[in-house]
Design a protein around this ligand. Structure first.
Ligand code: DP6
Length: 351
């Protein structure tokens, strides 16, 4: 399977600068737990965002000595460069020219750096795209679909969730019988003709409850699933949730969608609390917002709901329709006060 991604050993390198842009994504069914070589313990599905993205320029100069220098928003980031060096060494079998030069990588996020919004998905997505651009320069043009698939394969080896950012709309990573063609090695777009129109015009407003570094990284969190006594049940449930979600996406049953998505978010955080050692990434503000959303929904029957990533921020999800203004009004009046600095990132999923 991996063989199809092995790189062309006949390449012809020269100095090149390439650039690429890649959006972030937010998972609905979560990836939490993995095996060797970034193989996910269960299938996941995410919405690709329209605005939060990483723009990357990668300068390559052929050289005997391999080195990487990285800049984020104009500032040199040595730690990130070390991570990229290790990543490039890991993916050498798939891009045999990769260690034969010096790199300067300049990257910028369209969302605030301190926001706590994960930049690894859009970041590795953009780097993987840049690498595939270089690969085409050095080893020859490839079929467009294969280039994307290999970019997704390479992005996964940098950060699991990144492989889903290569496609727009709803994207699946991890083998599930519910989605033909799905794979543990790369992501595939969820067929748009099987998605009800209500899910194709959505908003995601990210409340920045806590800005800055989180106390436990995703990588450590994934590792703790290895000894979590509830892990196997959780992985099984993710499969079951795919079965339900497929039906929901087709029929447009939004109330079932809400239940499933919120359950997934809370399960992710429940897994953290059941880890040994336990950890909690939600803050008081996260819980306050969740309770307010539940009350609001009970009182108004309007479709405002939430998901969480591995942090304290709350992704507020709501369809764009004639009710959306009332929901926006409620968010501004009642929910913004729970953010650290009034921070909110307004994104959307339209496809
Ligand atoms: C909670 O993709 O950041 O956002 O593969 O170790 O880089 P690594 O982890 P990462 O994990 C993301 C976890 C999540 C859920 C998800 O995006 O599916």
């Amino acid at each position: 399977m991996v063989n199809e991604f092995l790189g062309n050993p006949n390449f012809n390198i020269s100095a090149q600068t390439v650039s690429a842009s890649c959006p972030s994504n937010i998972a609905l069914i979560k990836y939490w737990g993995k095996y060797e070589s970034q193989i996910p313990a269960n299938p996941s599905i995410s919405y690709t965002l329209n605005h939060c993205r990483t723009n990357t320029a990668l300068e390559f100069v052929a050289d005997e000595k391999f080195s990487v220098q990285t800049f984020l928003g104009g500032n040199e980031e040595k730690k990130f460069a070390e991570k990229i060096e290790k990543y490039f060494k890991d993916i050498e079998p798939f891009l045999p020219w990769i260690l034969k030069g010096r790199y300067v990588i300049k990257t910028e996020n369209t969302f605030p750096h301190s926001s706590g919004i994960a930049s690894s998905a859009s970041g590795f997505g953009a780097i993987a795209k840049c690498l595939m651009n270089l690969d085409e320069e050095f080893s020859g043009k490839l079929e467009k679909d294969f280039t994307l698939k290999k970019a997704s394969f390479l992005a996964r080896l940098g950060s699991g969730s990144a492989c889903r950012s290569l496609y727009g709309g709803l994207v699946v990573w991890g083998e599930t019988q519910e989605v033909p063609g799905s794979s543990d090695l790369f992501a595939v777009p969820y067929p748009t003709d099987e998605i009800h129109s209500v899910f194709k015009n959505f908003n995601d407003w990210v409340l920045l409850i806590h800005e800055g570094e989180k106390s436990v990284s995703s990588t450590v969190g994934h590792g703790l699933m290895k000894t979590n006594p509830y892990a196997e049940r959780r992985f099984q449930e993710a499969h079951e949730n795919f079965f339900s979600l497929r039906e929901i996406l087709k029929t447009g049953e939004i109330s079932r969608f809400i239940r499933l998505v919120e359950h997934e978010a809370l399960t992710l955080h429940a897994m953290m609390m059941m880890s040994e050692p336990a950890f909690i990434l939600m803050k008081t503000g996260t819980l306050d917002v969740i309770h307010k959303i539940w009350n609001f929904r009970k009182e108004t029957r309007l479709n405002l709901f939430f998901t969480l990533d591995a942090g304290a921020n709350v992704h507020l999800l709501f369809p764009e329709n004639s009710d959306a203004d009332k929901i926006r009004e409620f968010i501004v009046k009642e929910l913004l006060q729970h953010t650290q600095n009034g921070g909110v990132v307004k994104d959307e999923m339209r496809f």
